[in-house]
Design a protein around this ligand. Structure first.
Ligand SMILES: Nc1ncnc2c1ncn2[C@@H]1O[C@H](COP(=O)(O)OP(=O)(O)OP(=O)(O)O)[C@@H](O)[C@H]1O
Length: 142
């Protein structure tokens, strides 16, 4: 609730003028603004960013393989994508139902559940990838 809707309004000129290439490039601009909005306003997105950086640094430290990095990147990006769709669901629900409605509650709870399910799966993936490397590291220390 109480959403920050401070995304800059595109001008009418921005929406209607220009050739196909300009519109294509502008489309990237809108997409990056949306990505930045999610990172800036969503607490969870900032937590995911921190965990993603830690996972990448741990991967470099443990010298995991390219395939293992690919799996970690899939896990990281899936959490971000789920978080962004959750943001979309929250914004749409707030727009359609600013006051309490049981369906609005279910929609928001299910969207949050999708992020939670994704986060749990990502933790399992991280354990599968990093677990054997950490096991090796600690067993060599003893
Ligand atoms: N319009 C509504 N009608 C019914 N229940 C709602 C409504 N808005 C929110 N809720 C309930 O409150 C919970 C929290 O909603 P809220 O909009 O604060 O989202 P949030 O998960 O806290 O996200 P954020 O912290 O990003 O704002 C929802 O999961 C839902 O159960």
């Amino acid at each position: 609730m109480n959403r920050r809707t401070d995304l800059p309004e595109p001008s009418l000129d921005e929406k209607t003028s220009g050739n196909e290439l300009t519109k294509f490039i502008a489309g990237f601009g809108y997409a990056f603004r949306g990505l930045w909005y999610a990172i800036r306003t969503q607490r969870n997105a900032r937590v995911h960013t921190t965990l993603a950086i830690l996972a990448i640094l741990l991967g470099i430290y443990l010298r995991i393989s390219a395939l293992e990095f690919a799996i970690i990147f899939i896990a990281i990006s899936s959490v971000f994508i789920a978080e962004m769709f959750n943001t979309v669901a929250e914004l749409c629900v707030d727009l359609a139902s600013p006051t309490y409605h049981p369906l609005a509650k279910i929609a928001k709870d299910v969207a949050a559940g999708a992020v939670l399910a994704n986060a749990i799966l990502s933790i399992i993936i991280a354990l599968c990838v990093f677990g054997p490397h950490l096991w090796d590291l600690f067993s060599h220390l003893h």
